[in-house]
Structure formats: C-alpha cells, structure tokens
Write a protein that binds this ligand. Structure first.
Ligand SMILES: [Zn+2]
Length: 257
C-alpha cells in the first residue's frame, strides 16, 4: 500500500428534483444531481465517506421511497452501487475498515449494507436522532438503511479517523441534527467533503439554504460560515450534490490530487 493518502470520487446514481427544493429561490424545473461517495486509502486502512443508494433503489424504488417517490426521481443502474464501484478499483467493500456517514439519509447511507464489516463512524447526535420516532418521521430517515449491526463509533464533534490528522470528521450540523463533513489533507492541500451541509456552490457563495431540508437553519448557516473560513485559508470545498462542480471532479480510478 502506498504511503501517500489517496482520495477517490465515485458517482453512485443520480436524483432529479425541483431546483427550488435544493436552494432558496431556485427554479421549479428539475435539477439532476449526482450521489457522490468517496474512498480514502490511508497507509493505516481504508475509509469510505458515504455509501450512496441502496440496491433496493434498483429493484423496488417506489416501494422503498414511499412519500419521497413523488418528490424525486431516482436513476440508479446495476453496476453503479458502491460495492461494484469499489470492485472496479480492486477494493472489496466487505473489507473497508471505516464507513463514515455524513448523515443517515437514504442517498448517503443506503449502501451501508454493502459495506458490512466496516466500523461505522457517525456523530452521536445523528445516531440518536435516527432512533427517535418523531425525528425519523420528520427528517425522513429509513432505519433499514443503517440499523444493520455495524460496529459503531459514535463521535461528538471533531474526530481524527487515523490518528495523524490527515482525515478528520468535522461537525457540520443543521441539515440534520448530527451532520458531519470530512476534511482530507492531500499533498495538494485540504479538501472538504461537505455532504449535505452544502448542496451546491451557490449554497455557500450566496448562503441560500434548501427550504425544506434544513433541520436547524441557524446551525446550517454556522456550518456554512465555517466552510467559508476554511475556503479562505485555501481548502477546496467539494459541494454535496452540485452537478456542475461534479463534472470537474475526476472519477475513480483517477485520483483526486
Ligand atoms: Zn440529506
């Protein structure tokens, strides 16, 4: 295994939903957005940041999606699931060491069952919210995605994944109660994988929140201010679902330098 930290991006399906659902003042037309997952290969092990959609979305999407089915359209072909995306770069999903969920929505944790042996790193407050019946309903969690018996590492605030400061969970609450982002320090500088704390470039640049998808608006704005400060110090911000931005992100097997 190389001594150098490696970061890979993979698209694990696409969702289409009205732009206005993603950003204040957006158009009523659909925006087709990628579902990103990232693999980090570190000398001490492998970590996956989000697992994308579940295979159930290839087979019984409407049934599984329930109320969401009318809100968005899912495109998810066989071969796009995380297990196969990893296989194509010679990584066995069952042997990934850490599975880090930004949060527990279906397009971020739906593939968790394919990464069955990993230790799951999630913010404690996210895990708790996702086991609270009222919040499960209000936030749209699906316990079938994540209640799978993974060995659990619940963290509070920042968490240094490999103990050397190169891969760090950073709290970015607001979209959900315990959302987290990931800072990856590459030879070329820091990359911030924002997840749903920042859907689009315009979310950050114009502070336009998603109207229906901010559990706590104040917390979400604070998270965005922190991303702005990191960006001002030279970090590259990877927006969670920005199709235009995503076009410029090299896909595995190419590495992000
Ligand atoms: Zn989400």
């Amino acid at each position: 295994m190389s001594d150098e930290l490696q970061l890979y991006a993979m698209t694990c399906g696409w969702l289409s939903l009205p732009e206005v659902a993603l950003i204040e003042g957006g158009a009523s037309e659909d925006l087709r957005i990628p579902v990103p997952c990232y693999l980090i290969v570190h000398p001490r092990g492998t970590a996956l940041f989000d697992s994308g959609l579940g295979i159930v979305c290839q087979e019984q999407a409407d049934e599984y999606m329930g109320d969401f089915a009318s809100l968005m359209r899912v495109e998810f072909l066989p071969g796009e699931e995380i297990r196969t995306r990893l296989e194509r770069i010679d990584i066995d999903a069952a042997r990934v060491d850490y599975l880090i969920n930004s949060h527990l929505h279906f397009d971020h944790a739906g593939g968790n069952e394919q990464v069955s042996e990993a230790r799951l790193i999630v913010q404690k407050r996210e895990w708790e919210a996702a086991h609270e019946p009222d919040l499960i309903a209000a936030i749209g969690y699906k316990p079938v995605d994540y209640d799978l018996g993974h060995e659990l590492i619940t963290v509070e605030g920042e968490h240094d994944v490999f103990g050397d400061g190169s891969v760090t969970c950073i709290p970015s609450y607001g979209h959900t109660p315990g959302h987290q982002s990931l800072r990856v320090t590459l030879a070329g500088g820091d990359v911030i994988l924002t997840g749903d704390a920042c859907y689009l470039r315009a979310t950050l640049e114009e502070l336009r929140l998603p109207p229906g998808a901010a559990f706590d608006r104040d917390a979400m704005l604070e998270s965005l201010e922190r991303f702005r400060a990191l960006k001002a110090r030279g970090a590259r911000i990877f927006y969670g679902h920005d199709p235009e931005f995503w076009q410029g992100v090299p896909q595995a097997p190419a590495r992000i330098a």
